[in-house]
Design a protein around this ligand. Structure first.
Ligand code: ADP
Length: 258
């Protein structure tokens, strides 16, 4: 039994980085039970990649906010330098710490251990089930492939249909061409064009469909005045990433086909 939402956020950050910084080879997620008793279990999570690696003198600073190993990281790979700072903090909230081993040019391993109470399989089996039968066609706009995969899997499970775009420009094209979405899930930060700008352009079109199409922001934080920006852009609502499936279901179900 554990904190699913936080664990997913940590792993999404680490796996997202691993994929981003790896051109050849692969990314492995390795879980190992390192200690257990009748009630508790301690698991070691490792995210291993064969990517560009990190210089030894940068290993200490990459966990600080807005720190990237190289000056050209944002230009080449994108990113904000926040992911590892957040992961580190979330792991510390589990009374643990994040570790990294890396060889430049060969790859990196980020790892941590977390202790869990063992659950009763029978009684927990259905606890995360959300209602099924969502009659809805969703356009998911997110540049992150893992997020798209994750949302697709969940939507399919609920019986919803989904289409995908990787940035704001693609989203506008799809909305204009297809005009059959009941709702758009729109990431805020994306290359080429972000979600706020894309929503503004969609809302500026005169036909009723574009004015009324529900658009829900997908956002990693409610830092600063983001709520105001989301409203001003003409978005209807927001969902925090990593999202809780129950919240997503709840918000989407308001826009079901009649
Ligand atoms: P971001 O990825 O948004 O830049 P992070 O806080 O997630 O921010 O990572 C900080 C920096 O650590 C990255 O910019 C990169 O320089 C380095 N880094 C993180 N993960 C990896 C990895 N798997 N391989 C190589 N470098 C990495």
């Amino acid at each position: 039994m554990g904190d699913r939402t936080r664990l997913i956020q940590i792993l999404l950050n680490l796996v997202g980085n691993a994929i981003k910084f790896t051109e050849k080879g692969g990314v492995t997620i390795d879980l190992k039970v390192i200690q257990q008793s009748e009630q508790d279990v301690r698991i070691r999570f490792a995210v291993i990649d064969t990517g560009i690696g990190i210089a030894a003198n940068k290993l200490g600073t990459i966990f600080e906010q807005f720190k990237q190993a190289e000056l050209d990281t944002t230009r080449k790979f994108g990113g904000t330098g926040l992911g590892l700072a957040i992961s580190k903090r979330l792991i510390e909230l589990h009374d643990s710490r994040i570790n990294v081993d890396s060889v430049p040019g060969q790859g990196s391993t980020f790892w941590f251990t977390i202790g869990f109470k063992k659950g009763d399989y029978q009684s927990n089996r259905n606890s995360n089930n959300v209602e099924e039968g969502l009659k809805i066609n969703v356009l998911v706009v997110d540049d992150n492939q893992i997020n798209r995969l994750l949302i697709n899997k969940i939507l399919k499970k609920w019986g919803a249909s989904a289409d995908f775009a990787e940035n704001g420009i693609e989203a506008i094209e799809k909305v204009e061409t297809n005009r059959n979405y009941n709702v758009v899930l729109m990431d805020i930060h994306m290359p080429e064009m972000g979600g706020l700008e894309a929503t503004g352009i969609i809302r500026a079109k005169t036909e009723a469909y574009f004015q009324q199409l529900p658009i829900i922001a997908l956002t990693a934080s409610m830092l600063s005045n983001q709520m105001g920006e989301i409203n001003n852009a003409g978005m209807n609502d927001y969902i925090l990433k990593p999202f809780d499936p129950r919240v997503l279901y709840d918000k989407l179900s308001r826009y079901q086909q009649q």
